[in-house]
Design a binder for this molecule. Sequence first.
Ligand code: NAP
Length: 549
Amino acid sequence: MSDTQAIELDAVIVGSGMAGLYMTKRLNDRGMKIQTIEAGSGVGGAWYWNRYPGCRADLPIIEYSFSFSKELEQEWDWSEVMAGQPEIEKYLNHTADRFNLRKDIKLNTKVTDAIYDEAANIWTVTTDQGDVYKAKYCIMATGCLNEPNYPGFKNADTFKGDIYHTAQWPREGVDLTGKRVAIIGCGSSGVQAIPQIAKQAKELIAFQRSPVYTFPAKNAPMNPDFLAQAKVDYADIREQQRNNEMGICNYRGPKKPKDPNAAPKAKPSKKIMDITPEQRKQEIADFGVNVLTLYVDTYYNAEANEIACTLYREYLQEFIGNDQKADALSPKNYPLHCKRPVIDTEYYSAFKQDNVSIVDLRDNAVEEVTATGLKTQNGEYEFDVLVYATGFDAMTGTIKRLNIRGRDNVLLSDTWKDGPRMYMGLQSVGFPNFFTVTGPGSPSVVSNVLHSIEQHVEWIDNCIAHLVDNNVATIEPDLEAQDAWVEHVNKAAEGTMMTAPTCNSWYLGTNVEGKPRGFMPYLAGTKTYREECNDVVSKGYEGFTLKTA
Ligand code: NAP
């Protein structure tokens, strides 16, 4: 398409997940001329793509839902405490309809290039459908977990059976009844999928390289009285979320008046190092294994952490009962709290089924894929269906794969080759008027991500309004501010289990071969971060350069 056929806009938004939908609404409300571009055939982003059996929210849905509309809060009824993927996808479709967003969203379309013309101060965005858009602002709402990660196994394409990735599960579903299924990986996706697949499959073999620490999710049907009360309390719930560093307030329903005669309620200890071995066991017996996540010292003290890990393995051994399975399922060699927390529904129970087995890959790496299955160092396995639950090239994968060129034709992926560099997770030097929602260097995935999405969308929207109102042509971070922010982000993660030398995770990028190791999200908390963002604005966009037209 020639330039004469290009469509002129104020802004292009890439993606129509939670971030893209809300960004679309905000810029729409401002009367801006926008186009949102979506690769999927429906809206919903992560909740559109990840439709594997068992996929559900891992936070209470009351708190993992949009807060921007009181009407939406009141009219939507959730059926479970941690809603499943179909319900969340429905909710996001309802949101798109409710706010008339579909008219601005082009589905089944992938952005291929976004190129900045400095002289014209315009981004030219092109798609695989031949569209050309020219816009002042380009906003990546592509999410942190979008680009599926496939392990580069030898002969991966020789397998004759069906192959699926949890993050690209077919829309029409997959019938695994009577099938011999293999699943690789046990992060949140694998842990959610395994119990559901185990119910259908004739045989399920779980191949695991880093068995997880996982804790019961405690999902349940939504109590209608609880939901009704939450609707009354929403304003307070949101306020509490804003005052919490994770964007979570753990709403428990209305506060009951205190009975002055009631015995004081027992509470678990704050630090595992403060209690004796007997007390530790007693607290697990009293409060359940989830208590191990409440001891604050396990997050930064290696000795405290190892005590918790040992107790976890003992609990697992006792629960599973089968020595081979318990041993293969036991997380070892990396600390608790290194990876993103995993919660589950009947995960370990599934391994008690006779049709479910586990292959420990720790001293038995995959050698190759064969026509009928997998070959590891110590054995060969046959199955009909291969499921990759192997995660994502997280946080940078999607953006780095696009041809995004800023000033002087510089490729964004080149400037990020040693790790992403952003100021406040919002913008990168050399890419004026180019924003990323929940980009690297912001709390994003180490918080209630929807809470962080809303904060970012509102910041970007207000920023654009400021630029327009003040006749500002461009906003771009200063190099010193960006360098200082990257340093600040690194410091915030230092000394935690998330950056321990024995830790590997998608937060660090070490799950993808060749990706530089570095902690990508910002760990100081959403409340702190919001204050920092507001502070930047109150100081006249400190750390950014704003150039008037
Ligand atoms: P993940 O946490 O990165 O887990 C991937 C799994 O695949 C790991 O067990 C990993 O082992 C394994 N793996 C990768 N490459 C392998 C290889 N070459 N050989 C053997 N094993 C390999 O990915 P995920 O489970 O998709 O979860 C990613 C994130 O998505 C979660 O942390 C969460 O933030 C989000 N998520 C959220 C929900 C929810 O909200 N309900 C559900 C699903 C996902 P290693 O650990 O050894 O690399």
